[in-house]
Design a binder for this molecule. Structure first.
Ligand code: NAP
Length: 249
């Protein structure tokens, strides 16, 4: 059954998205991985093709609406039926006082973490409804519900993403589309390294994040992907609209 199922994963080149691609392909899913062009994306392409020749990757910068449009057009042409969508791509964005951070970086964070999710989903909708049952998972964060000083763009984008997920759950249900959001915990990825590299002047809580790292509190992306697998591939229509925390799955 899973062999015939096609899942799109954004932010597939590294971190959590890369591990989600891994677990899906290992379990026989056809995977479409999306990220900006890079050696990591090429290496994912080679790996996915070895696992399943139908799997593929698309280079797409989610900060660029035109690239989202052209990528979605290619995707729906090559994959007329899509059974699952993992909106995982995300950036921490500018960390610093909301009165000082650069406007273009603040806006880019909202574009990549939130607006691109709506833009891509709208363009994939025809392929999603053809599946008759399509499961959408958005990778959220504790920052969606707890404001952190200096993370205004990130927190705002993730709060918006959770409401977007609930909107999709409402509007998609009559077409067999369900949507859940999930907070993945603290994961040992480049995003955490970026967070730890910010100065205490810009991010007063940086010491806490350095402590998480030094104390071994970060989860391995592969372990988080394993915990997410059932939610991503099996959640029910009754689950739709709900927010989950990976540590409670
Ligand atoms: P990561 O290792 O930095 O990976 C981020 C992914 O997003 C990469 O594949 C990156 O691909 C992609 N991406 C970034 N900007 C993009 C753009 N403009 N266009 C297309 N793709 C783009 O981060 P991660 O920790 O795995 O994060 C995955 C998700 O988990 C994010 O939504 C994040 O907010 C969430 N999350 C993470 C943590 C954590 O502790 N790590 C905690 C809570 C929530 P390229 O750069 O190659 O394009």
């Amino acid at each position: 059954m899973s062999e015939s199922q096609v899942y799109v994963v954004t932010g597939a080149s590294k971190g959590l998205g890369r591990s989600i691609c891994d677990i899906l392909t290992t379990n026989g899913y056809t995977v479409i991985g999306l990220a900006r062009s890079s050696t990591e994306l090429s290496s994912l392409e080679n790996y996915l093709k070895k696992m399943n020749p139908k799997s593929t990757t698309f280079a797409c910068d989610l900060s660029c609406e035109n690239q989202i449009a052209s990528t979605a057009a290619k995707m729906t042409n090559d994959f007329p039926v899509i059974h699952g969508l993992i909106h995982n791509a995300g950036i921490i964005g500018p960390v610093g006082s909301m009165f000082n951070v650069e406007t273009n970086l603040w806006n880019e964070t909202i574009q990549v973490n939130l607006l691109a999710v709506q833009q891509l989903t709208k363009l994939l909708y025809t392929s999603m409804i053809k599946a008759q049952r399509c499961r959408v998972t958005t990778i959220s964060s504790g920052a969606a519900v707890n404001s952190l000083e200096s993370w205004s763009a990130y927190c705002t984008s993730k709060a918006g993403l959770e409401m977007w997920t609930r909107s999709l759950a409402d509007e998609g249900s009559s077409h067999g589309i369900s949507a859940v959001s999930v907070a993945p915990g603290i994961v040992d990825t480049d995003m955490q390294a970026t967070i730890r590299s910010v100065s205490a002047d810009d991010f007063p809580m940086v010491g806490r994040f350095i402590g998480f790292h030094n104390n071994g509190d970060l989860a391995a992306p592969g372990d988080v992907a394993k915990s997410l697998y059932k939610l991503i591939t099996k959640h029910s229509m009754d689950d739709s609209g709900n927010r989950f925390d990976v540590r409670e799955l």
